[in-house]
Design a protein around this ligand. Structure first.
Ligand SMILES: [Zn+2]
Ligand SMILES: [Zn+2]
Length: 596
């Protein structure tokens, strides 16, 4: 469930401008928000009401109450809501004058403010269901009996109109579904999401930490998490090397002029940190790696025959996120992108773009992403403030992406207004085990930065030409990818990524020497192995290794020692009985090699 407080009021139900169109499910949930407000009013006659919009998978209402609600209040509120739902009260709409509205809601300061914000000619409507009347544009269900099973979920603090200088309200989150079965399914998904939460697993398995002493949103990768990251990095770098990329290392800061030339300073400043002054020059913690790679490209004069030049880096960047929005590894202030910039001739653009899509597909296959869709993110031509470059440049870049995708028969949806400030992009949206969607990869065409930095190559006839650029990040940031993998596998990483791939468990002290011998054998094959030589009971050690999600547990006692074997148990609980050490080695190395 989300306890994140939305920054604005874009979802509010009564306001001029673009109200989003409610789906039938939104309408039902928003109607349930009225019912929830009504129940709260019964309990707190002095309650002040703000907004109660539907959101993804549910709804909320913001209240000002004489005391703080706690989850102990939920059963009482739910009971009252159910009574109102069962009564099948109609939602009655009435249109009233502004004067009448101000009079009716005189003791509701947030409603008064809302009324005063409505444009002159706006029709003002109120809806009454049972004892509760709310200022609302609707729509609602016909009567409360049409509202499905409801469940209160959580509480959060929220500022009135998202403004931290305005009063702090209590936001009560809830959900409603057409049937009990769908509600149960959703609650199961929430519970599963809680169990799989990478912040919880990261702590249980000692993978990473975030410390207030270091700073919010700044991740410390602990040895086990760092092992997983190193494996991922090696895997990515090798795949890129095979695909013709050359890797570079560049610094995390750069002079401010670099970002003025690139346009980041003008168009991306909200996500950047203040400049650092060094010997009267200003430096910026880089929010993107592009300018450094561009300067690296300019190191020499390139002939048309050298192109494409593909410069890659696991490049660390820093972006400002509000402290309230920081979340484990998925919303952080410093992160590492599996980045690359491809400099190519315009006639190579389509093929290069397709090659990136193929690389994305290859990586996805290897890490088990099966459920994904392509989204082409375009500029919003009406929003001239947000984007650089002219219409023609955008048309060429946008068509290049469509062409490339069409040439391989890929299906895609288009999203207007989601482009980067310098160019359109392909976003690959991945769905996780719980059905949540996020943009995992991006592949962007850029004709602007080559212009801004006056990039050149020498063409066949000796003339100087502008190359085109592609920015791409097949797995996005290592941090977010790691959060995804952790939740996808619930901490039971595939063997190749597991920080400890096998633990050898001697049954008694006298078996420790043999256990060390077995471990040395595995280590010789680059298998990450530990010996649990503590004088705990064997069952206890097995249980602990299972909790740590170690894929292989190798138990050794007298019989195993005599046979040169180990009793193999898997973290799933499966017992493979005694296996010769050569067979154990074969099994584990096969799993690693096949990335199972
Ligand atoms: Zn309403
Ligand atoms: Zn870039």
């Amino acid at each position: 469930m989300s306890t994140k407080v939305s920054p604005g009021v874009e979802n509010q139900v009564y306001h001029g401008g673009d109200m989003k169109v409610f789906s039938p499910l939104d309408t039902m949930r928003h109607s349930a928000a009225h019912i929830m407000a009504s129940a709260v009013l019964e309990m707190f006659p002095d309650a002040k009401f703000a907004y109660g919009p539907p959101i993804e998978n549910g709804f909320y209402y913001d209240f000002e109450l004489p005391r703080s609600l706690t989850p102990e209040d939920f059963p009482e509120i739910e009971k009252r809501m159910r009574r109102l739902i069962e009564s099948g009260e109609p939602f009655v709409r009435e249109e009233i004058s502004r004067e009448r509205a101000l009079e009716m809601f005189a003791d509701q300061p947030y409603k008064v403010e809302t009324i005063n914000l409505l444009p002159e000619n706006e029709t003002i409507s109120i809806y009454t269901v049972g004892p509760f009347t709310d200022l609302c544009r609707g729509p609602h269900v016909e009567n409360s009996g049409r509202i499905g099973p409801v469940k209160l979920l959580s509480l959060a603090a929220a500022y009135w109109r998202g403004d931290e200088n305005r009063p702090q309200l209590q936001r009560l989150y809830a959900t409603a579904w057409p049937t009990q079965g769908e509600l149960d399914e959703y609650l199961w998904r929430l519970e599963e999401a809680r169990k799989r939460d990478h912040r919880k697993i990261g702590k249980d398995l000692d993978l990473f930490m975030v410390s207030e002493q270091v700073g919010g949103g700044l991740v410390l990768w602990l040895p086990k998490g760092a092992t997983i990251r190193r494996e991922l990095e090696n895997f990515i770098v090798r795949a890129e090397q095979r695909a013709g990329y050359k890797h570079v290392y560049t610094p995390h800061i750069g002079k401010i002029d670099l970002y003025k030339t690139s346009g980041h300073w003008q168009h991306y400043r909200d996500s950047m940190y203040s400049p650092i002054e060094v010997e009267e020059e200003e430096y910026i913690l880089r929010p993107m790696n592009c300018p450094h790679h561009i300067v690296a490209y300019k190191h020499g004069l390139h002939s048309y025959r050298e192109l494409p030049i593909r410069l890659a880096e696991l490049g660390t960047v820093y972006r400002y996120e509000k402290s309230g929005e920081l979340t484990g590894m998925s919303r952080v202030r410093g992160f590492t992108i599996n980045d690359a910039h491809i400099f190519c001739r315009p006639d190579q653009l389509r093929e290069e773009f397709v090659r990136v899509v193929e690389l994305i597909q290859e990586l996805y296959h290897a890490v088990g992403f099966r459920d994904y869709v392509y989204r082409v993110s375009l500029r919003d031509p009406a929003d001239t403030e947000k984007y650089v470059g002219g219409d023609e440049m955008w048309a060429v870049a946008e068509d290049a992406i469509r062409d490339a995708l069409d040439s391989i028969g890929a299906e895609y949806v288009e999203a207007v207004g989601e482009a980067a400030f310098y160019g359109p992009k392909l976003d690959v949206m991945v769905r996780d085990v719980l059905g949540r969607e996020f943009a995992a990869s991006t592949n962007q065409v850029d004709l602007y930065l080559p212009e801004a930095f006056e990039l050149e190559y020498v063409d066949a006839d000796g003339s100087r030409k502008r190359p085109a650029m592609i920015h791409r990040a097949p797995i996005g940031s290592l941090e977010r990818f790691f959060a995804f993998l952790t939740e996808q596998h619930a901490g039971a990483f595939p063997v190749w990524l597991s920080p400890v791939q096998a633990v050898v468990i001697p049954i008694a002290d006298r078996h420790t020497e043999y256990a060390e011998e077995v471990a040395a054998n595995l280590r010789g094959e680059d298998i990450r192995v530990e010996v649990d030589a503590r004088s705990e009971r064997m069952q206890h050690k097995i249980r602990e290794a299972q909790l740590q999600k170690v894929p292989y547990m190798l138990v050794v006692g007298d019989r195993e020692r005599e046979a040169g074997a180990a009793a193999v148990r898997l973290r799933s609980g499966e017992d493979l009985k005694a296996q010769p050490i050569s067979e154990v080695l074969r099994m584990i190395t096969k799993d690693i090699k096949e990335r199972r």
